[in-house]
Design a protein around this ligand. Structure first.
Ligand code: LIP
Length: 275
């Protein structure tokens, strides 16, 4: 259904590993009291489940693709925040996007795996085990949802073209009270009065999936890391939407500013983010 001879094996491996890691997240939360540790800032959490899921994914990727780099959030088998090797191909892994939701017993959390070719994500999988939803896609071949509700769908962004009709989403970074950091409340004041409504579900990767699926018309957030956005961005582009930084440029993967929309509302959302 999807993929070229080049990208299909990558996608298949990523889907299998995301499934295994997602099963581990569910098993862990069923069998243990989840203890959250702070990653420095008190509100920035990590759990043994993040680490167990990352081990499954990274071990699998290193074994399957020894020539590729792996950049993983928790640094369990690799150095944190650093690709394991220099390569044109880098896997970008968030073993548990939405850790706060996971810790508090909410269902919006996901395993996210992307493959970037020269820093451009070209393959993505976002698996939300508690929802039973898997989003997957590859550049040039579309993006899809295999749903826990039994629905298999090709993703397409919404047709909304009036800002007043838009359901938007955002997030709050862990950077909040640090001096000089933008806590997003100014943007919310600039945007909320002009759109239909706003959501904050707590997983950036799932937020991007919902833009790709036409559920949200747009999404913005600051201070995210590549593993929070790489996979979902593949789907938004394949579904006909736009992903940029806040200036409308390409520095959204490492630039800590992401704006994703159905395309029609992109310039208006960027304008509001600039105010
Ligand atoms: C989190 C997100 C959340 C975002 C946070 C954080 P984590 O990722 O996806 O939506 O607002 O800033 O990055 O820490 O759960 O992997």
């Amino acid at each position: 259904m999807i993929g070229t001879p080049d990208l299909l094996p990558f996608l298949q491996t990523a889907r299998a590993l995301a499934q295994q890691a997602g099963d581990e997240l569910l098993r862990f939360r069923r069998d243990h009291v989840v203890r959250a540790e702070s990653k420095g800032r008190r509100r920035e959490l990590v759990t043994a489940a993040d680490r167990a899921a990352e081990r499954i994914v990274v071990q699998g990727l290193l074994a399957a693709f020894p020539d590729h780099g792996v950049l993983a959030e928790e640094g369990v088998l690799t150095t944190q925040g650093v690709a394991s090797k220099q390569s044109d191909w880098t896997w970008i892994v968030d073993p548990l996007d939405g850790t706060t939701n996971y810790v508090h017993g909410l269902v919006h959390f996901a395993v996210a795996i992307a493959l970037a070719f020269r820093n451009e994500p070209v393959v993505g999988v976002v698996h939300a085990p508690a929802l039973g939803d898997t989003f997957f896609g590859a550049k040039g071949h579309g993006a899809f949802r295999s749903g826990g509700d039994g629905v298999q769908q090709r993703l397409a962004v919404s047709p909304t073209d009036e800002f007043a009709d838009a359901l938007l989403a955002t997030g709050f970074s862990y950077n909040r009270n640090e001096p000089g950091r933008d806590d997003n409340t100014g943007h919310i004041r600039a945007i909320l009065p002009h759109c239909r409504d706003l959501r904050r579900l707590g997983s950036a990767e799932l937020d991007l999936c919902y833009v790709a699926a036409g559920v949200y018309d747009g999404y913005w957030e600051r201070y995210l890391a590549p593993y929070d956005v790489a996979a979902g961005a593949v789907f938004v582009r394949e579904a006909g939407g736009r992903v940029t930084d806040w200036k409308g440029g390409e520095d959204w993967l490492f630039g800590e500013q992401v704006c994703a929309t159905n395309g029609r509302l992109h310039s208006e959302l960027l304008q509001k983010l600039a105010t």
